[in-house]
Every structure is written in structure tokens, then in C-alpha cells.
Design a protein around this ligand. Structure first.
Ligand SMILES: Cc1cc2nc3c(=O)[nH]c(=O)nc-3n(C[C@H](O)[C@H](O)[C@H](O)COP(=O)(O)OP(=O)(O)OC[C@H]3O[C@@H](n4cnc5c(N)ncnc54)[C@H](O)[C@@H]3O)c2cc1C
Ligand code: FES
Ligand code: FES
Length: 493
């Protein structure tokens, strides 16, 4: 089949159509806004997705529906925006016009001092207000996990978030009123072509379909795959890496599919944390807290589960949980697919079982059985928007006599890869689920892990946390009703 090719990137920026013939593979949206378009309302703080000063909204179509999400412009590549609507703080109020209700609320509640973080907060709150005009404090805090303010303090900003709907009606907001018109514009931008721009050294490809992606990658196995760019973005902004040629997955609706079967859910590799959230929480409520603590809202809107697996990080948050759940990963190269247990994908630090030209297509997560008990614990220095020092996931199956029929335990942060504690598991099997069994098992962790000391935590601390998490899991999964579990989050020292 002949694939038609387009050599430009087209997207809406506020109320204008942008068409770019030349886009560097490393050009970020933030640089484009500030340098090329002189839109300086969007600020640069950290350039690594942490502070939220660069927050803008990106509207994207999926199955004909347009949704707006907050994203970090500093780590979002311009080329990935083809077919999207970028909304910056400049769209909210014209220089001589009235303030937008979100901005007015920030003024009324004294929620800004130096003002550097303010446009980012405004855009995060704008995105929240459009979806949820009367959010609870908890929902506001969740939407603002990825925005830092060093001077005002958050109480005033939360008051602003609560006040927005008393100032303006969300139904009269331009982005809500014009949703259908913008949807039509975006639909007209999606012509189903492969986008291929730049010469040898600057090549950027947005494949037209999943099959097209498989073919392009097989022909260009050295290419950098970019999904949400919440890892790859930092290779560019922090390490100045040359990532060309680049293949963006942002056009591939097939990689955003979630299927719920009789005994498992399957997430295509390009499903973002935000899109996966309702299904994950419905079928695995034990994963809610973990999911809520992956990055901030902007990172969860962009980042994908497939990227979290494919990056092979020893401290990625989803692999321990998915390994404990018995997940398998499907890899594809050209037209050939193979499926392997997720744990087998991680071979050594920086090395995964993935051939050149092969990509992660999906991950299948089996449901828990009636007799399964499951929990996952993330331990990090900060509660929000922090990488794990240790992340432990536990699943035990108890038989009718209260003995352990099966145990799967996996940790991040304890080895060079996400890794199972097979010796601890063996010590639990066929034993009664009692404190005595647990105390025997914790003595065996040293046979499974030799953790490192780094700036996140010492080796001794990591080992102690791993042992205590098993004790905690045991306490939380007993039938005893009066045990009070301290749910305070451990803080690494
Ligand atoms: C501020 C911030 C906070 C973060 N917090 C957390 C956190 O709390 N927990 C956590 O685990 N991570 C965290 N991360 C890391 C990151 O968000 C996750 O690892 C995320 O899942 C990466 O997904 P992505 O789609 O953005 O990947 P990308 O950056 O696009 O890609 C990551 C890697 O995977 C490869 N890749 C992507 N998709 C595929 C595919 N389908 N097949 C083969 N290779 C592929 C890329 O080539 C690259 O090597 C954070 C990052 C930032 C910037
Ligand atoms: S500049 Fe800090 S998140 Fe983008
Ligand atoms: S108002 Fe100064 S950083 Fe927030």
C-alpha cells in the first residue's frame, strides 16, 4: 500500500493555524512559544517537567472527541503537536479586555506574589475548571501536584480555585462554546498521511497508522521512539542529546486503545496515565494511590505506561505492580509479534529484551482472583511528583487453610532492574500467613537484593523499607479488624 506523505506540521495555536515546514526534532513547545512566537506568558522554570511554570493546555482528538489537558511545554516537542490545539495563557484575556474568571479569582484571593508561577497555575486551574467547575480541595490539590510556587503559599491558590465558578460560568467560556468548531478544524487537519520532515540529520516522522509505524521503525531501527516525551524531553533539555531520527507516536489512535476482557485488561503502549486511570482504578483499586502519585497532572496527561516499561528504569513505578499482577508485554517488529512475562523484559541495567526495530505494542494485566491479596507501596522523599526511592508490590494467594498458595513480590529501587524477590516468595509458599512466617521471610531479602546507595536513599534504608513493607502488607491483609495501620507515607532519609 502506498502511504501518502505530508512534509509539514499543522496545529492550532490559540485562534491561529500554524503550519511549519521545518521543525527541529529537539524543538520544544516552550522554545517555540517564547522565541519563535514571542508568547512569553508561558515561563521556563526547571525545563524538566517539575515546576509547572510552562503549563499550557493541549486539545487532542480521540475517537472524534476533543479533550483539553495540561501539559509541560518545556518537555513537549513541537512536532508531536500535529493535529492538536495549543492554548496558552495569552488566549485567556486580551491586553485591554477583562480578566478571565480563573485570573480574576487569582487576583481576588491574593494568590500571586512574584507572579512567575502564576501563568502555569492559571492554565492548570483552567483545565480543571473546564472539566470540573466545582472541584473539591482534594481534586484541586491533585490538579496542582505539578505546579510549584515558592512565595505565595498554596492556601490562597486553592481558595482561587474554589472561587472561579462564582466569578464566571464555564458554559460561556470560549473553549467550551467553540468546542464543535474547533473539533471540526482539528478533524480537517487530520488527513491520515504520514508526516516526514527534515533531512538525514533532522528527520522527524509521525507514522500514519500502527502498521506504518512498524514498517518505519523496522526500516529505521536506530530511530528514537517518542511517546509522551516525559523521559525523552529531558534527554534534550538536560543532557543536550541528539535524538534524530525521531518517530512520534502521537497520531496513533491504535496505540491508545484500552480493552477490558473477561480475565484481563490490555493497555496499548501509548495509553497515557490519565486515560488509563478510570479503568485501572475500577479493576485494581489498590493502584489508585500509586497512579495518583506518578508525576503531576501534566506528566500523567503526557506520559504513557508503554514508555514507563520501555525505558527500563529500575525506579519506574508501574513495572513492580504489573509484575506482581502477572502482566505480560507484547512486542512487535514489522508484522511479527511475541509476548513475554513483563519481568523477563528487564534483562540488566539499561538492557531490555527488545530487538532493534522492535517496539512495545501492549501490556496485558490479568485480574486478581478471589483469594488474591494485593498491594503496592511507593516510598519517596516527597509525597507528590517524586520518583520512588523504593516501590514494592505484593500479591499473595491464600488457600482455604490460611496458607500461602502463591506469592509474587516485585520491587523497584532495590536492584538494577525492576526485580522479583523469588527467594522471599519461596520462603512464604505453603506457610501459614502469620507474623512468624513474615519474620522468617524478611530475613531472606538479602538473598534477593543488594541495593545501592544514591542521593534518593541509602542501601541500608532501602533494605529496611523493603522488609517493613512486607510486614505492613501482612498487617494490612490480615482478617484482624482492630489493627490500626499507620498510613503515613514513609520519607526516605
Ligand atoms: C516531572 C516528572 C515526574 C515523573 N514522575 C514519575 C513517577 O512518579 N514515576 C515514574 O515511574 N516515572 C516518572 N517520571 C518518568 C516518566 O514520566 C515515565 O517514565 C513515563 O511513563 C514515560 O512515558 P513517556 O510516554 O513520556 O515516554 P517517552 O519519554 O516518550 O519515552 C521513554 C522511553 O521509552 C521509549 N518508548 C516509548 N514508547 C515506546 C514503545 N511503544 N515501544 C518502545 N519504546 C518506547 C522511548 O524511546 C524512550 O526510550 C516522571 C517524569 C517527569 C518529567
Ligand atoms: S519549566 Fe518547569 S515544568 Fe516546564
Ligand atoms: S508567586 Fe512567586 S513563585 Fe509563585
Amino acid at each position: 500500500m502506498t502511504i501518502e506523505i505530508r512534509n509539514t506540521i499543522r496545529f492550532l495555536l490559540n485562534d491561529r493555524l500554524v503550519e511549519l515546514a521545518g521543525v527541529s526534532p529537539v524543538q520544544t513547545l516552550l522554545d517555540f512559544l517564547r522565541i519563535d512566537r514571542n508568547l512569553r506568558g508561558t515561563k521556563e522554570g526547571c525545563a524538566e517537567g517539575d515546576c509547572g511554570a510552562c503549563t499550557v493546555l493541549v486539545g487532542r482528538l480521540y475517537d472524534g472527541r476533543l479533550t483539553y489537558e495540561s501539559v509541560n511545554a518545556c518537555i513537549r516537542f513541537v512536532a508531536s503537536l500535529d493535529g492538536c490545539h495549543v492554548v496558552t495563557v495569552e488566549a485567556l484575556a486580551t491586553p485591554n479586555g477583562p480578566l478571565h474568571p480563573v485570573q480574576q479569582a487569582m487576583v481576588d484571593t491574593h494568590a500571586s506574589q512574584c507572579g512567575f508561577c502564576t501563568p502555569g497555575f492559571v492554565m492548570s486551574l483552567y483545565g480543571l475548571w473546564m472539566e470540573n467547575p466545582r472541584p473539591s480541595v482534594q481534586e484541586i490539590e491533585k490538579a496542582l501536584q505539578g505546579n510549584l510556587c515558592r512565595c505565595t503559599g498554596y492556601a490562597a491558590i486553592i481558595r482561587a480555585a474554589e472561587a472561579i465558578s462564582s466569578i464566571g460560568e464555564v458554559g460561556t467560556d470560549p473553549l467550551v462554546l467553540e468546542r464543535e468548531k474547533i473539533t471540526r478544524q482539528l478533524v480537517s487537519l487530520r488527513d491520515g498521511r504520514r508526516i516526514d520532515i527534515g533531512g538525514e540529520e533532522e528527520r522527524v516522522v509521525l507514522p500514519a497508522s500502527l502498521d506504518d509505524f512498524a514498517a518505519v521503525l523496522e526500516a529505521n531501527p536506530e530511530a528514537t521512539i517518542v511517546a509522551g516525551s516525559t523521559d525523552v524531553g529531558l534527554w534534550v533539555t538536560k543532557f543536550m542529546r541528539d535524538i534524530a531520527p525521531v518517530i512520534h507516536l502521537s497520531h496513533l489512535d491504535e496505540l491508545r486503545r484500552i480493552s477490558v476482557g473477561a480475565d484481563a485488561i490490555t493497555l496499548a503502549a501509548g495509553v497515557s496515565y490519565t486515560d488509563a486511570y478510570p479503568v485501572i482504578v475500577r479493576h485494581f483499586p489498590q493502584l489508585r494511590e500509586l497512579w495518583d502519585r506518578i508525576g503531576g497532572a501534566q506528566v500523567r496527561n503526557m506520559g504513557t505506561v508503554g514508555g514507563n516499561i520501555a525505558n527500563g528504569s529500575p525506579i519506574g513505578d508501574t513495572p513492580p505492580a504489573l509484575i506482581a499482577l502477572g502482566a505480560s508485554v507484547t512486542l512487535r517488529k514489522g508484522g511479527r509479534r511475541r509476548t513475554l512475562p513483563l519481568e523477563a523484559f528487564f534483562i540488566a541495567y539499561g538492557r531490555q529484551d527488545r530487538e532493534p526495530g522492535e517496539f512495545v505494542e501492549s501490556v496485558r494485566i490479568p485480574f486478581l482472583g478471589e483469594a488474591d491479596r494485593f498491594a503496592v507501596y511507593k516510598v519517596s522523599k516527597r509525597l507528590d511528583e517524586d520518583i520512588s526511592s523504593v516501590c514494592g508490590a505484593f500479591r499473595v494467594t491464600l488457600d482455604g487453610e490460611g496458607k500461602v498458595a502463591g506469592a509474587t513480590i516485585a520491587f523497584g529501587g532495590m536492584a538494577a532492574t525492576p526485580k522479583r524477590a523469588t527467594n522471599v516468595e519461596a520462603a512464604l509458599k505453603r506457610q501459614r500467613w502469620t507474623s512468624a512466617t513474615i519474620e522468617t521471610a524478611v530475613g531472606i531479602f538479602e538473598e534477593d537484593y543488594t541495593p545501592l546507595t544514591d542521593w534518593r536513599a541509602s542501601a541500608d534504608y532501602r533494605m529496611l523499607v523493603a522488609k517493613n513493607l512486607l510486614r505492613r502488607f501482612h498487617l494490612e491483609t490480615q482478617e484482624i479488624r482492630n489493627v490500626r495501620i499507620d498510613r503515613a507515607v514513609a520519607v526516605a532519609v
